[in-house]
Design a protein around this ligand. Sequence first.
Ligand code: 5AD
Length: 349
Amino acid sequence: MTGLAEKLFTEHDLSDAELKALILTDDTAAENLLAERADEVRQKYYGKKVFLRGLIEMSSICRNDCYYCGIRRSNKNAERYRLTPDEIMECCDEGYKLGFRTFVMQGGEDAYYTDDVLCPIIGKIKGRYPDCAVTLSIGERSYESYERLKNAGADRYLLRHEAAADELYSKLHPDFMSLENRKRCLSDLKRLGYQVGAGFMVGAPYQTVEDIICDLRYMQELQPQMIGIGPFVPHRDTQFRDEKSGTAELTIRLLGIIRLMFPRVLLPATTALGTIAENGRERGLKTGCNVIMPNLSPAAVRRKYSLYDNKIYSGSEAAECCGEMRDLIARAGYEVSTERGDFVNTKEN
Ligand code: 5AD
């Protein structure tokens, strides 16, 4: 099995059968080699740098109804909030002082945030902090909308594809949502010149290893600059409340595989990974991850942005405890970068 990790390291690709074997392996030697090779590749392109992204959870109001998500519109128990443009600016001001050079504006698909509302906010952030990147993560919109937001100054866009296999996609989403539109959005974003992030949950209900291979193949086509994966974690107010969480082991193996398949990708050690395993994010960093996304949202709303149960809300997640996050990174043997942390665009692979 170590042969497969080595092959993925040199060739950046494997056959479906080989990928399946590596994804499912319980061979410790192969896992260790995978982690070692993933770290070698991340260090080749990014050294020991870890980029911090200040996450601003701007709204828990969502018109979508993804079956797994705690802020889905039919969850009557979800507490809804929306930050005002001034509050978003305050998050950026605080984040800038803490050393963040990327602000991620993430939220449910909240109709309040029209282009007319968002563009001036983006313009103001870029005007005040021209050395910072603005990343949007606000779901599916039209080409025209993505274009206006880009022209207003947005640099990057996160939109996990969630599931590239049609059948799985429709088991996780209501009929009015479609994989086709999701993919259309991602293609549009790429075409408009955004740095784009795709991704999926590991261990989602009904997900098979073939589904995961399908996700990897889709991302090989799309060539996103960022990939977000984290374990599925059930939320008590969804129909998946009794489903099992994804495991840290599978998530970490996939992080290693992704680093070798997409050598220069920006890859976060996600909050969900830190939620299901005590040292999840540290292990992620040692297996190819080079991004951490601390929460910059005001403490008063943080609990309300509840995508899944037991999400880490305080301690190292709070920007006030930025030091703790830096400790985590130092403990894993890496260093916090003060750069924007853009995708390194060299021809060489
Ligand atoms: N468990 C883990 N991740 C989740 N997300 C939404 N709900 C859950 C859950 N129950 C992820 C989705 C989404 C991102 C913002 O959070 O993949 O794209």
